[in-house]
Design a protein around this ligand. Structure first.
Ligand code: 0A1
Ligand code: ZN
Length: 880
């Protein structure tokens, strides 16, 4: 843990560095407890820097062992060194070579930032500020240098030595048991993209030939015995490489592309140049241990990291405020890739669900920040749903506004003009503006304003005149640090649906710009009128979720039911059903608090049955449409005075009503599994999703054979998707054989850590009266390990975010448990701790009793001594 005094960093204070580092030659002599790093830096004074101005290099927990300038040792008064800074008081005015020797201890690096060991493998993580834990450096993304890395280790411990770029040479160190490898990366890069790996690893290999004929050696490195779980990742990689050439004209630029999977990793994966390092969760898959969701995630994350090669690496960020420049754009690109590989509508629904469940609450509470923040104290806390997912939505809107051709022109210009740059959002927007002669001044507000715009729509139809008027207004609720806001440019895709389900034509639109089927909203409030209508249409707004807004369009249940059945836009069909369910669930949750007997809306129940039976719809779509809004979704929509128990009860009542009213149909749908051997493709996955959704509803029907049927589904499952779906029902619905099934699962998968993560997660999210006690007991399980981020996430994090009733227990013990864990974890890994703590972000939305208890838990954290900067930042912002 690295307790630090927090210093706020402001976007407006950006200034170029006083010095530039053109080349970095590293010699890393690996040893578990004591690794020596020799760094030779070619340093050059920036032309605007006064000769003799101090050179300040960043460090973090470093020990300086040696220092020379142009080969000469430095006098003691010429520099000062602390673990977090190395300052040369008056360096030469002319270019010079600085040689720095530091000593680090990979084995005691529990933060998993910088150089550490995961299951014996040396690996690095340098984004955002991890390079300074390896050597003193100008550790900021606008310092672009050419790196040559020599790695040396005991041959027996680490037969594989990997670095960025292309391999140059390798050999034994004479007279020792050690060997070395030298890697050279010709592409200048920021220090956060530096990586090296050394270990005893197995690999799978393949090749890819780029459009211009470059043969690229592809390798995925994993622990021995895991090679046969890499096929899907390799396949995803090759498809990503091809897609980026076809869709964005981006070709790969080195002779090798290496991926290494490690089991201890703070995040999902990292796009280091030519040497991506992955959380093994996003690499390893086979039908026995991975679910369809895992397969889809692997495809997306492999693509995401690969796409960073252009959007992030060739063109990087000037400073960390510009993080969305690479992340929002790259998420947009990976979403498009997955849409092209799978069903576009299903992918869109899945992405919007994620946005609404993760980003919307973030944007409505104390942790809200603009897509491009203006201030941070700890940059690691800004790898958020807002920067990533809302950032991607902003790029998507840009495409909607400029059209596919305009967007591609802008991207081409950006990729050409800024290749090799560390740049900004402004420069990115200028490319689109220039390429399409469009003023994006107002659009740029999306990057600068926090909060989800709420769009209110009231519609009036004048039958005699055949005119429809929509009164539309937009606003953002006040947020900490943002009392008011300016209107955003909102592209509102729409259709006027006639009784036959087809979109009606109209004569004219007044009151807003119209671009094909998109209304461009630019005002605080505006009245939009359509003329020449033959009858009153059902207005389908925000098709495809064309903007990240909350739409309040006051549609009645009849119109929503009509839309659910007839809208030609799949997204809005799904949305209509969700809105109907949300309305009814909120009503039921309200009634639950008054002790009234709960009865679900019959028409809604019927609509769910209809969706199940509608063979015209893709099974994957039906599975999504049948999924009720989550407890967290409902809490977000209720917004204040939230009672998680009432929400849970409401959902249980609706689920039981849908299950029992349509029990026969759900039972019949259980058999609709894909035939033949397992395939992870979207089609087969969709069929499994629908069958498992049917099983869940049938389980809720109360039929007498439920216990046996679900247990049989568990026992008979021949893939992880079906097995975990059945296990979840057994445990969450507290069915007869739950304990036995957990035991069977444990015995079967004990040796596979990623499968055991699922075992922990199923129990962590069980909404049982003694759920908390069970989770507490699991923290003492021999397989639980605070040192492994995936394990912590699968138990403690999953409990805090996926077990609303037990986390927010009325006795406050759920909050207390999570807060206690935050403090324990903070001692070893600040990033994992602070991320866990964000589960308190909506604490003010609870009803009074619970929100007081949550505040007590937060205050306990806040008053603890020696908090990391990461956790301090989150707790302070939560309490502000
Ligand atoms: N750039 C990575 C995300 C990432 C960020 C920080 C990390 O350090 C702990 C690791 C990964 C991505 O977008 O995939
Ligand atoms: Zn990324």
């Amino acid at each position: 843990m690295r307790p630090e005094t927090a210093v706020a960093i402001h976007l407006e204070d950006y200034a170029p560095a006083a010095y530039q580092i053109d080349t970095v030659d590293l010699d890393i002599q690996l040893s578990p407890r004591s690794t020596d790093v020799f760094a030779r830096l070619a340093v050059r004074r920036h032309e605007d820097t006064d000769p003799g101005a101090p050179l300040e290099l960043d460090g973090d927990e470093l020990e300086l062992v040696g220092l020379t300038l142009d080969g000469m040792p430095l006098l003691e008064d010429a520099y000062s060194a602390t673990p977090s800074k190395l300052v040369l008081n008056a360096p030469p005015a002319e270019p010079f070579t600085l040689e720095i020797r530091t000593r680090i201890d990979p084995d005691s690096n529990t933060e998993l930032m910088g150089l550490y060991r995961s299951s014996g493998t040396y690996c690095t993580q340098c984004e955002a500020e991890g390079f300074r834990r390896i050597t003193y450096f100008l550790d900021r993304p606008d310092i672009l240098s050419v790196y040559t890395t020599r790695i040396e280790a005991r041959k027996g411990d680490a037969p594989i030595l990997l670095g960025n770029g292309n391999p140059v040479s390798a050999g034994d160190v004479p007279g020792t048991d050690r060997h070395f490898a030298v890697w050279h990366d010709p592409h200048p890069k920021p220090s956060y993209l530096f990586a090296m790996v050394a270990g005893d690893l197995a690999h799978v290999a393949d090749t890819f030939v780029t459009t211009s004929g470059r043969k690229v050696d592809l390798k995925i490195y994993v622990e021995h015995g895991r090679e046969d779980r890499c096929a899907w990742a390799m396949d995803s990689l090759k498809r990503s490489m091809k897609w980026d050439e076809d869709v964005f004209g981006c070709e790969y630029d080195l002779d090798v592309f290496n991926i290494v999977a490690v089991s201890d990793f703070n995040m999902g994966a990292m796009e280091n140049k030519g040497l991506n390092i992955f959380n093994d969760k996003y690499v390893l898959a086979d039908p026995e241990t991975a679910t369809d969701q895992d397969y889809a995630n692997i495809e997306a994350v492999i693509a995401h990291e690969y796409f960073h090669n252009w959007t992030g690496n060739r063109i990087t960020c000037r400073d960390w405020f510009q993080l969305c420049l690479k992340e929002g754009l790259t998420v947009f690109r990976d979403q498009e890739f997955s849409s092209d590989m799978r069903s576009r509508a299903v992918k869109r629904i899945a992405d919007v669900r994620l946005l609404k469940s993760h980003q919307f609450p973030e944007d409505a509470g104390p942790l809200a920040h603009p897509v491009r923040p203006r201030k941070y104290t700890e940059i690691n806390n800004f790898y958020t749903a807002t920067v990533y997912e809302k950032g991607a939505e902003v790029v998507r809107m840009l495409k909607t506004l400029l059209g596919p051709d305009g967007f591609r022109k802008g991207m081409d210009l950006y990729l050409e003009r800024h290749d090799g740059d560390a740049t900004t959002i402004e420069a990115f927007l200028v490319c689109f503006s220039e390429a399409t002669a469009t003023d994006l001044g107002q659009f740029a507000r999306w990057y600068d304003q926090a909060g989800t715009p709420q769009v209110d729509v009231k519609s009036r139809y004048d039958k005699r005149a055949g005119e429809l008027t929509l009164d539309i207004s937009q606003s953002i609720a006040p947020l900490p640090g943002q009392a008011s806001s300016e209107p955003a440019v909102i592209p509102l895709r729409f259709g006027l649906v006639g009784r036959n389900g087809e979109d009606m034509s109209f004569e004219r639109v007044t009151g807003a710009r119209l671009q094909e089927d998109v209304l461009i909203l630019e005002e605080q409030s505006q009245s939009v009128t359509f003329t020449g209508l033959k009858s009153r249409p059902v207005v389908s707004l925000l098709r495809g979720f064309s903007a990240p807004v909350r739409l309040e369009d006051h549609q009645d249940a009849d119109d929503l039911l009509f839309q659910a059945r007839q809208d030609s836009d799949d997204f809005n069909r799904w949305q209509a059903i969700q809105t109907l369910a949300t309305h009814d669930l909120i009503r039921l949750a309200g009634e639950a608090r008054t002790g009234k007997e709960l009865k679900a809306d019959a028409r809604l129940v019927e609509a769910f049955g209809e969706t199940l039976l509608n063979e015209e719809l893709d099974p994957a779509f039906r599975a999504l449409a049948l999924q009720l809004p989550s407890e967290a979704d409902l809490a977000r929509d209720i917004g204040s005075n939230v009672d998680p128990d009432a929400i849970h009860q409401a959902r249980a009542v609706l689920r039981a009503a849908i299950g029992s009213e349509n029990a026969g149909a759900f039972r019949a749908a259980l058999g609709a599994k894909p035939q033949g051997s397992f395939s992870p493709d979207a089609d087969a996955a969709g069929k499994r999703a629908l069958a498992n959704q049917a099983l869940a509803y049938y389980a809720a029907s109360g039929a007498s054979d439920v216990d046996d049927l679900v247990m049989a589904a568990f026992v008979d499952a021949d893939n992880m998707t079906d097995r975990i779906a059945a296990l979840t029902l057994l445990v969450h619905d507290n069915l007869k054989d739950a304990e036995q099934a957990l035991e069977i699962f444990r015995k079967r998968h004990e040796a596979t850590s990623l499968a055991m993560d699922k075992w922990f997660m199923v129990q962590a999210t069980a909404p049982l009266a003694d759920g908390l006690e069970k989770v507490k007991a699991l923290t003492a399980h021999p397989l639980f390990d605070f040192a492994n981020p995936n394990r912590v996430r699968s138990l403690v994090h999953a409990f805090a975010t996926g077990n609303a009733t037990q986390f927010a227990r009325q006795d406050g013990l759920g909050f207390e448990f999570v807060a206690g864990n935050v403090l324990v974890i903070d001692q070893r890994n600040a990033q994992v701790a602070s991320r866990l703590l964000t589960c308190f972000r909506s604490w003010r939305a609870y009803e009074e009793g619970r929100s007081k208890l949550a505040e007590t838990a937060l205050l306990k954290i806040s008053s603890a001594e020696g908090l990391s900067r990461d956790t301090r930042d989150i707790v302070d912002r939560c309490l502000q």
